[in-house]
Write a protein that binds this ligand. Sequence first.
Ligand SMILES: Cc1cc2nc3c(=O)[nH]c(=O)nc-3n(C[C@H](O)[C@H](O)[C@H](O)COP(=O)(O)OP(=O)(O)OC[C@H]3O[C@@H](n4cnc5c(N)ncnc54)[C@H](O)[C@@H]3O)c2cc1C
Ligand code: FES
Length: 258
Amino acid sequence: MVVYDAIVKRQSQLTAQYYQLILEAPAVAEQARPGQFVHVKVNGLDDAALRRPFSIYNAADGMLAIVYKTVGRGTALLPLLRVGDVLSVIGPLGNGFPEVSADCVPLAIGGGYGVAPLSFLARKSGRRGTLLVGARTENDLLCLDDFEELGWDVMVTTQDGSQGAQGVVTDLLDGWLAKHKDVVPEVFACGPSGMLQAVGERALGAGIKAWLSLDRRMICGVGACLACVQQLRRPDGSEWTGRVCHDGPVFEAREVIW
Ligand SMILES: Cc1cc2nc3c(=O)[nH]c(=O)nc-3n(C[C@H](O)[C@H](O)[C@H](O)COP(=O)(O)OP(=O)(O)OC[C@H]3O[C@@H](n4cnc5c(N)ncnc54)[C@H](O)[C@@H]3O)c2cc1C
Ligand code: FES
């Protein structure tokens, strides 16, 4: 983990609210693994303002990419960055996803910007699998081309029916599990908490290993402030309090106490 002054190399608008930002940050990029994140100091906020966490979407050749959604004060300022601007990032942070088990078929499940780290996972794994993605509308669907280029099957659902079947991503998961009874999948999921809980419960019910990347509001990002605590269960049943930024953000479904 390093604190690094990254240089903005490119910024592109993906949809009305989503952008991709490419940063030159070799010291961060060379260590980055899928599921890890960077903590970004947003230019234009006052010096005392908190950093904002973003999953690593890609890391290669000294470059680091994130995909972000404009939701508030900090992310509203990020589109103002121009090529050559300097942005302070800390990373890579967190544990990241484990490697896909050799004897399992990867089943990635994403909601909104949660698809970004799953794309990095798919690229790094060198494996083919299936992506199940849920979004509010077609304007919240991201990175689908990445998976298709890698030969993954992509199944889409939107809450308003604007693309794919109308519904939520667990509808897709239920259908997939019913259809692939002879396949042993390993689930890698990232998205809003409600989605992760529902995915985790289904995976546990079906006896499938599932890795969930939790999304929590963070302050320090390095385990020091306890802003992001999560109650967890050890294999022996005893409970402990973890920090999502430091002990996660990725946890196995059976560990998480909702
Ligand atoms: C490990 C991790 C990885 C993340 N990866 C990404 C990513 O790849 N792309 C992306 O766009 N965002 C990602 N986020 C969420 C992102 O950090 C927040 O959207 C961002 O901090 C909001 O900053 P803001 O100043 O624009 O919003 P604020 O003004 O701080 O808040 C605006 C609104 O956003 C909500 N919000 C703030 N933080 C979060 C959060 N963590 N989860 C859900 N809602 C939040 C607030 O409740 C509020 O409603 C990630 C968060 C975590 C913890
Ligand atoms: S954000 Fe400070 S401990 Fe996780």
